[in-house]
Ligand binder design. Structure first.
Ligand code: MN
Length: 228
């Protein structure tokens, strides 16, 4: 195939213990999946249909790399989240078959221009400029799953400059992994290479230039980086 311009590179993430890389196709994110975070954002806690948004695949930033402070915001926020990496896809996937789509897991930050998100919410505008900007998705090296998903007591944590900012157990999620994937697959045909951010607990706050972040999915994956 000959292209009119140079084809863009395939975004990808490293894999723990492997020289192979995971090719990233799309990035889906769920909103308001921990009750205490929904409350701190002034949103109702709803157990009904999950709310989703997207980031472009090339928003990923690998572990250890600097994240440039984005343009057009004075309120860049961190949201630490477990990230699913899908090795299989499908549409209308039944809840009981959804966990089998997950090839691996990692930990990531759903970076957010909180000021632009507040403006979008107030005006009923889409969230793209608040969520889908360049370098808005730092993600750890991926941990290939050997069977089951991380259990409900697995800890999710974020430290900034050594201070604990966010902490939760995965069991605190309103929608668990099978229900997230089943619901998402009614809206999009899921494909291998898709990443899914599974929502953030309470404690979201601002990041400044020079801040060091350390995110962990306890015993499974860690992510370090710096806001440049
Ligand atoms: Mn989020």
């Amino acid at each position: 195939m000959d292209y009119a311009i140079t084809p863009p590179p395939q975004p990808s993430l490293p894999i723990q213990g492997s020289a192979l890389r995971f090719p990233v196709r799309r990035i889906f994110c769920i909103g308001r999946n921990y009750a205490e975070h929904a409350k701190e954002m002034g949103a109702a806690v709803e157990a009904g249909r999950p709310m989703f948004f997207c980031k472009p695949a090339d928003a990923v930033v690998a572990d250890g790399a600097d994240v440039p402070y984005p343009s057009a915001t004075a309120d860049l926020h961190h949201e630490v989240e477990m990230v699913l990496a899908l090795g299989a896809g499908g549409h209308d996937v039944p809840v009981e078959r959804a966990a089998a789509l997950v090839w691996g897991v990692g930990v990531g930050l759903d970076l957010t221009r909180r000021d632009l998100q507040a403006q979008a919410k107030a005006k009923g505008h889409p969230w793209d400029v608040a969520k889908a900007f360049d370098h808005s998705a730092p993600v750890s090296a991926l941990h290939p799953l050997a069977g089951s998903l991380p259990g409900p007591d697995t800890g999710l944590r974020l430290h900034v400059n050594g201070t604990l900012r966010q902490q939760a157990r995965l069991g605190e999620m309103i929608h668990d992994v099978p229900h997230i994937l089943a619901a998402l697959s009614t809206l999009f045909e899921l494909k291998p290479g898709d990443l899914v951010f599974t929502g953030t607990p309470a404690g979201v706050a601002a990041l400044a230039r020079g801040d060091h972040f350390h995110a962990e999915l306890n015993g499974i994956a860690t992510l370090d980086g710096r806001i440049a």
